[in-house]
Write a protein that binds this ligand. Structure first.
Ligand code: GLU
Length: 308
């Protein structure tokens, strides 16, 4: 049966924005009786910490967002990602790229705009046609290549359940980084398929990368999930919610005197699924979940929401 999912990166304690998105993902799945999966996106060994994984699972539990099946950890799945990368290589769909990050950004800034829109920093294809001699020269200079997908300028359209019709030209994005680790887009696509995820609900900061993931799923012969991108939560200054805004974690809110139910109800009101003053459980939210009622604008917190 089609599943939903929440896939946090344990680089910090989850904040209200992450938890609110988790609630939407959970309610979307449970509202139609679907399984809900959790995946820990911990491939970046430097940035990720076990204590953040632990606190993410505790916070989901405290909110009552239960999940099915085992928690998948990306750090334990290197072989599965390698197999997917091998398949792309065997199909002639990749090439080595020797560009540094700085070069990629400079070339992207200088490139003419694409008619269908490309994500910021999209790769312009510098290494796509490098000959053997040019490759050897770069190898000799000690450059280690990343591996890029030969996307062929494919334009991918899809209909986001909240945002509506979108399309974007897919650039030759990285599938394996120069240090040998699989790239985020590759791991997400492989894992969503492995976990039977058919509806991806996540923050709308990832809207621009969705065409990449759809194309990759197609090339790997995997089912393409539907998408629902939730507007982000902003701090009182209008910037994307972050630690520097103050009391942004669930624990912080409890210290401020709010209860779990208060936080859940606050999320429901901000999402357009409850009216101010209503107290709801997460089950109530799943029961009344309705995409057509979901807020389409970011939720901006006030100073009163985040004292300290
Ligand atoms: N791990 C990503 C994050 O925490 C989310 C990836 C996804 O939902 O596809 O931002």
């Amino acid at each position: 049966m089609s599943a939903g999912r929440f896939a946090p990166s344990p680089t910090a304690t989850l904040h209200l924005g992450n938890l609110r998105t988790a609630l939407v993902a959970w309610a979307a799945a449970r509202s139609v009786g679907s399984p809900f999966m959790v995946r820990i996106e911990d491939m970046d060994a430097v940035a990720c910490r076990p204590e953040h994984e632990e606190s993410a699972l505790v916070d989901l539990h405290r909110l009552g967002l239960d999940h099915d099946g085992p928690v998948l950890r990306q750090s334990e799945r290197a072989e599965v990602y390698s197999a997917a990368i091998e398949r792309l290589v065997d199909d002639g769909l990749t090439y080595p790229c020797y560009c540094t990050r700085r070069e990629v950004l400079a070339e992207a800034a200088a490139a003419v705009a694409a008619p269908h829109g490309r994500p910021p920093g999209a790769y312009v294809g510098t290494c796509r046609t490098l000959g053997a001699a040019a490759r050897a020269e770069r190898e000799a200079a000690g450059r280690r290549p990343s591996l890029r997908l030969r996307a062929g300028g494919e334009v991918v359209g899809y209909v986001d359940r909240l945002v509506g019709a979108r399309e974007g030209e897919v650039d030759d994005f990285i599938v394996r980084r120069a240090d040998g680790t699989p790239a985020y887009n590759l791991a997400v696509v492989v894992d969503d398929a492995a976990q039977g995820v058919q509806e991806v609900v996540r923050g709308d900061d990832l809207l621009d990368t969705t065409p990449r993931q759809i194309l990759l799923a197609r090339l790997l012969g995997l089912d393409v999930p539907t998408h629902l991108h939730v507007p982000l939560v902003l701090g009182p200054d209008g910037e994307r919610l972050a630690k520097r805004h103050g009391s942004v974690t669930l624990d912080d809110q409890l210290v401020l005197g709010r209860t779990i139910d208060d936080v859940i109800s606050m999320f429901a009101v901000s999402l357009g699924l409850a009216i101010s003053g209503e107290t709801l459980t997460v089950d109530d939210i799943a029961a009344r979940f309705d995409v057509s009622r979901l807020a389409r604008r970011p939720w901006t917190l006030t100073v009163a929401d985040l004292p300290g």
